[in-house]
Write a new protein. Structure first.
Length: 281
């Protein structure tokens, strides 16, 4: 990811300057002015930070105001850009508008999206875009009313420890994380069970038919990262569906971890054995 002025990589501080919140009007503004998104890793880094900043506000829903002036999305970045953008909108947008998109940018986005039906919420100037947002209704609800759809009784039996192999096995098969409350319930239970062991473990995770919905991904990524940093010797995942696997691989690009995805439990166990040998030197 580079700017039009130079080819320096944009770091977190640079990204933060491009994300601002207007609490009174419930608007999150994203400034892509002069940004060139060159590859998938750059896109994921940008969207990771947007999600983190939204989480930090304590509000799930915002109107999105996006400045596309002098921006460019390379072909190699488009898949990730479209997927992460769609997920972000589904989880957190109560209406999105874009402005200052040149004809070149408009044609590129329309062409790369594979459709001529480009989102009509595209304006020549910022004032017109804000005026459009002003006509949209707020969709915010009290977050304190959010409740988990999962239960502790269902989750506890899914977590077991193999002391001999130093493996914590987590069975997420058939589980759908609908919201952040589901994520917190699951990870609170894992924390409760792993804490008293006083040791780190290799994580073996069954993702068969697991779904992590858009509204749960930010919290899922944050809690998973925290758990891994504190308690994991290495994590291996197996049998995710194509949607979940794609999301894991995309986020691994920007968050600096190996996805270690395998098709079967046996293959995942083999990978853990390899990791143990690597750790032993």
């Amino acid at each position: 990811m580079t700017t039009a002025a130079d080819t320096a990589t944009i770091d977190i501080a640079d990204i933060d300057k491009r994300i601002t919140f207007d609490d009174a009007r419930e608007i999150m503004e994203i400034d892509f002015d002069g940004v060139r998104l060159e590859d998938s890793a750059a896109v994921n880094a940008f969207y990771d930070r947007i999600e983190e900043r939204i989480a930090g506000t304590g509000q799930d829903k915002w109107f999105f105001l996006i400045n596309y002036r002098n921006s460019h999305i390379d072909v190699d970045a488009w898949f990730s850009y479209a997927r992460r953008g769609k997920a972000l909108n589904m989880a957190h947008s109560q209406g999105s508008v874009r402005y200052d998109a040149s004809d070149i940018t408009r044609k590129q986005i329309s062409r790369d999206a594979g459709t001529a039906n480009f989102d009509p919420n595209l304006f020549a100037d910022r004032e017109s875009a804000i005026a459009r947002l002003g006509t949209l209704p707020s969709q915010r609800v009290d977050r304190s009313h959010a409740t988990a759809t999962l239960t502790a009784d269902d989750i506890r039996p899914r977590i077991r420890f193999d002391d001999a192999d130093t493996v914590m096995e987590v069975d997420f098969s058939g589980v759908s994380f609908e919201n952040s409350a589901d994520v917190d319930l699951v990870y609170d239970i894992i924390d409760e069970l792993i804490g008293p062991t006083g040791r780190k473990w290799y994580f073996l995770i069954n993702y068969t038919d697991t779904r992590i919905q858009s509204g749960a991904w930010v919290q899922y990524a944050a809690r998973g990262k925290r758990l891994n940093e504190e308690w994991s010797l290495g994590s291996v995942r197996y049998a995710p569906g194509s949607e979940t696997e794609t999301d894991i691989r995309l986020r691994a690009e920007s968050q600096g971890f190996r996805p270690n995805i395998r098709n079967t439990r046996a293959e995942a166990a083999e990978r853990i054995a390899e990791m143990k040998k690597e750790a032993a030197g």
